[in-house]
Design a protein around this ligand. Sequence first.
Ligand code: SIN
Length: 189
Amino acid sequence: MSKDTFEENQRRHRLDDDDRVWLFGYGSLIYLVDFPYLESRPASISGWSRRFWQGSHDHRGTEENPGRVVTLIEEAGAICGGMAYLVEAPVFRQLDLREKNGYLRVATAMTFDDGAQATGLTYIATPDNEAYLGEADEYEIAHHICGAAGPSGPNDEYLLELANALRELGLHDQHVFDIEAHILRIGKA
Ligand code: SIN
């Protein structure tokens, strides 16, 4: 699959302009909210884990030196917490551009913090996209992140802002927090 998924996403989930759709964000969509929305609520999805296994050529890295950003990996019993936004359908054009580096819109069930449920969309970068980097241990990922930067800023800023946003939501993510601890040690070295 091409690493520019914009056109593919525009063809998926044909939406009418007056549709209102829940978007589940689990990475930068939690803390970098540069799109209009009608309502936001903390939420989670089941059966997925957040992992820094996706390459970033257009935001936190370059073609020559990609950064590492999060995607979702299927894992039985896992729960991934994040933020849900109710958006008007035309906003997906802007979101599809932002998430074009390998992410595909996928329909998902989500549970809000009060237990209510809804169906919505989330962006997932699957292992068959060209920008996918795959598994590495948290120490290796931290070193990779410390050596990358792109048009949206340094790669470590993405991780540190995500870790802070998760803490503010009262969420614990061992993978993210372990990488954060390594990065803070590398910074002090
Ligand atoms: C997301 O935040 O939900 C997708 C990944 C990202 O844009 O960082």
